[in-house]
Write a protein that binds this ligand. Sequence first.
Ligand SMILES: Nc1nc2c(c(=O)[nH]1)N=C([C@H](O)[C@H](O)COP(=O)(O)OP(=O)(O)OP(=O)(O)O)CN2
Ligand SMILES: [Zn+2]
Length: 136
Amino acid sequence: MKVKVSRKAHFNAAHRLYNNKWDLDKNTAVFGKCNNPNFHGHNYELIVSVTGHIHPETGYVMDMKELKELIYNEIEQVFDHKNLNLDVDEFKNLNPTAENIAVVIWNKLRPYIAEENELEVVLFETPRNFVTYTGV
Ligand SMILES: Nc1nc2c(c(=O)[nH]1)N=C([C@H](O)[C@H](O)COP(=O)(O)OP(=O)(O)OP(=O)(O)O)CN2
Ligand SMILES: [Zn+2]
């Protein structure tokens, strides 16, 4: 029997979507207003889920307090109130799309999750646009 435990978090960040191999016209044609050279921001909502067996002694899959602190230290501290393109190393050469941000978050968290447990990251870029990454 496996159970999924989840923790919500949020961060505000600025970004610009563009491909530095393309000229401005092509970037504007593909990314539209998201290619604004002066950047724009989103209120990102994050849901991190860990799935595994319930530990018989604690009754926990994973301590939610640990999960909360992990997300705060590894994600919120790094991304909140930052310009993703300029301030976050992972996006120096990686377009900060919702897909790529979700993969970066998953990769940052995975080393801290017990090997036998599964990790899922859901990232809302806007209230209606969201992506999911499970490591596959
Ligand atoms: N596959 C992706 N498509 C888009 C991404 C992305 O990261 N991956 N990002 C954007 C924009 O950065 C952002 O999401 C704004 O898009 P927009 O269409 O304006 O979203 P809204 O929710 O504000 O639009 P509504 O029409 O109000 O739903 C675009 N595409
Ligand atoms: Zn955007």
